[in-house]
Structures are given as structure tokens and as C-alpha cells.
Design a protein around this ligand. Sequence first.
Ligand SMILES: C[S@@+](CC[C@H](N)C(=O)[O-])C[C@H]1O[C@@H](n2cnc3c(N)ncnc32)[C@H](O)[C@@H]1O
Length: 270
Amino acid sequence: MACGATPANLGQWNKNAEFWDQTLGEGNDLFLELILPTLEELADAKPGDKVLDIGTGNGIVARRFARDGVHVVATDYSEAQIENARRRTEGSGKVVTFLQLDLLDKSALDEFAEQFPQEFDIVTGSMLLKELSDLKPLAEFLPKVLKPTGRIIMANLHPCFRKPGAHRVVEVTENPRTGAQEIQTLIKVSRYLNIGPVQSKALRGQPEPLLWFHRPIHQLLGPFFDAGLVVNMVREPSFQSGEDPSLAQSYHNFPQIPMQFIFRLVLLNP
Ligand SMILES: C[S@@+](CC[C@H](N)C(=O)[O-])C[C@H]1O[C@@H](n2cnc3c(N)ncnc32)[C@H](O)[C@@H]1O
């Protein structure tokens, strides 16, 4: 078992798994509009490619890639998440190999890397890095399982504009000329560099809060640079599908503020 906060979050994930699976299904608007299309764009998967989806949860990303002859291995450290991912995938007609792997456990990572040396064209990690108390074991593991021409894509809530450092502000005013109610949205950032870890209930109503490790961008990327990886593509998508007048705080009402910070890593010296 790895050190640090892992055991606590692991227990919480096992308790949250059913709620997450039922709530997210094959993905909410965040996945369908922002994460999945951007992962697909940056991954550029071709038939015959091998994909590794780490911290797969109920397997939303893994199933999305498992088509057109793309072979997918997906891992998570939570037995309950893996169980849900397997069950959902069996009913989907797709083929994914699910394995248990703790991304903080160096010996488990070494063992996995020996089993799959330089095997993957694409590695994906969606909404994962905030879960990890230490990025170094993962950063050192990735080059061992990546093909020299491979790419790694990590999707995260934007660390500058989204929680836990940034808060949504909604101003409701009445236009003096027309009398119409107007809503203006803005983001208030009071802290960015040193935050947390904090407890978070990312999905409203989830049974257990989870520890969230916020990192400013230099700390988010630094461990990957130290491991010989470089960023060669970045996307900062926001919702563009129209505003939501019925829910002022909806993320759809912040089209100018990126919801996601998605980056692609490749080997500096393949
Ligand atoms: C926010 S969920 C995202 C799941 C999935 N990638 C998605 O986007 O739907 C984070 C996932 O990371 C997993 N996780 C957290 N810490 C982990 C660790 N140390 N090793 C492996 N998986 C971990 C959790 O079990 C959970 O399934």
C-alpha cells in the first residue's frame, strides 16, 4: 500500500463508486462537450494503436477509445470502480482489459512497466492528477510504458480558474433602460500558489468527500519535465453550447473562462 493520503481516498472511492457510476454514466456535459472530444483530438488514435487509460473510474474514457481496432488497457486502484467499469463495458459490446494499479505504489508501477514495456501509443488520464498526493512516481513510470512515438494526454479542471482556488461570482442587476434582469458572471481568485489539500465533493450528493491536491501549473507540469517529458499541445476548452438562464451559477454561463486545462506530453528524447 502506498503512503500518504492514499488509503483514505481509496476507502472513499470504494464508497463513492456506485454514486459516480450512476450519476456520470457514459459522461455528463463536462465529458461529452469538453473532455472526450479534446482527448480524442490530442490523442489522434489510429486503428492498431494501444491505449492505456489510468485512473479510469467507471471507464468512460476507456470505452470511448475502444473502437476501430484500438486496444485499450485501463487501470484504477479502486476495486469498486474497476468492478463498475467491467460491468458497464461488458454490456457495451466493447473490449477493454481492466487492471488494478495504484499510481502511488512504486513497486506496483515497476511491475506493470515490466509487463508492458514501451507498449502504449497513447496514455490518458482524465480528472486524475488532483487525486494524487505525489506526481513523481507516475511521471517516472510513464516513459517506461510509452512507445518512443507515444503521447500522453492529461485532462484537469483548470487550476487557475476553477476550484479550489477560484470561486464563481454571479451578479444580478436590472438594466435601468430596459428594466430587464441581467446576469454577469465572473471568477474570483484569492489564492492560487499554495492551497490545500482540501476536501471536495465534486459531484453534488456524493456520499464521501475526497482529498484534492491542487497544484499551480508549474507544479503540475514540473514532475513530468523532470522525467524527460515535454508539453507539445495545450487546450483550454470552455462550454460553448449556449448559456443556461435557469441556473445562474452554471458553468455554461462562463463561456469566456476555460473549464479544463488539457495538455499533451511527449518524450523529449524519444
Ligand atoms: C475523478 S475520478 C476520474 C475517473 C475517470 N478518469 C473519469 O474521468 O471519469 C479519479 C479516479 O482516480 C482513481 N484514483 C485516485 N487515486 C488513485 C491512485 N493512487 N491510483 C490509481 N487510481 C487512483 C480513483 O479511484 C478514481 O476512479
